[in-house]
Design a protein around this ligand. Sequence first.
Ligand code: DHB
Length: 391
Amino acid sequence: MMQKRFFLKTTAVAALALAAGHVLAQDNVFKIGLILPMTGQQATTGRQIEAAARLYMAQNGDMVAGKKVQLIVKDDTSIPDVTKRLAQELVVNEKVNVLAGFGITPSALATASIATQSKTPQVVMAAATSSITEASPYIVRTSFTLPQASVSLAEWAPKNGIKKVVSLVSDYGPGIDAEKYFKERLILNGGQVIESLRVPLRNPDFAPFLQKVRDLKPDALFVFVPSGAGAAVMKQFLERGMDKAGIRLIGTGDVTDDDQLNDMGDGAIGVVTSHHYSAAHPSAVNKKFVEAFGKANKGMRPNFMAVGGYDGMRVIYEALKVTKGQGGGDALLAAMKGQIFESPRGPMFIDAQTRDVVQNIYLRKVERKDGQLYNVEFDVIKDVKDPGKTK
Ligand code: DHB
């Protein structure tokens, strides 16, 4: 039994190593394995990123440096074991040149060893726990990190009458990061977190937690929930009359997700969040992006997941161009590091040292604009590096 397991393990590693060598032998196709949650609780993340990746390809063509770019989309249902198996199959059987996507942190982490062993760049377009980029030297991130977003809000809050806060986060990587970095920075600025609440990632019921918050009567409730869960938080927050009790809702921009915001109703107006992307970002590049995205997807509004996917494709395309279609995983990775460009979110930079994204973080307030609810930016903290990096 032991021997069999050992054999299986060594053959799997050997297959991955072999796959790394074969990538160069592939003729004229450049394959991107895009692993996303297309079904289940995180399905909106998959839908947004796939739409953005397809838009990027439609706008930029599928012939790059003499290679035909092929996108292979796989649904991992946001179960990390499935993500890992799909990544392995994509590398070994499909001989993909790049792995991309990764809707939630556990999926990104589960794939890190595959990226390392096969020397395949892993472009993380969604997941946002700080430590992800440290899990493999082949990981490059085009989304954001929770420490980036959280410290920026903790700078704003105490200057705006919010001193006493309760935090409520999803109980896994990004939530723990948000809780920790928000709290540390708030204390530094003279505020306090009087209670830290954690809700399960899967099928959360916010009601009992919100009741507790109501009893504690903080100035504000700080929330992190992943994309897709924000509307439920908002609904229950309003149903319990928390706003009328004088408790403000603040959070990272995941809670006022552009994918859901417009359906949240006027109760959402005035909610202040911090994030790297708003569909209302007032730049020419973003206006063009939002318009093209809507046109290609029945009026759908791109959210921060979409921009992570769109920019991730840009990073891959540029790396392919710079390496003239001749590079293996290491050459592609080198060409991804240090890329700097204007994204629909604003200026964006892939730090060559950390392979993580350096970007502006915006403070935004929900407002009705042209009849629709938007996160309207009113302040910016420029070129924010991930505060979670130890190096
Ligand atoms: C993660 C997932 C999300 O949907 C989000 O908005 C932020 C972080 C994550 O799992 O890393």
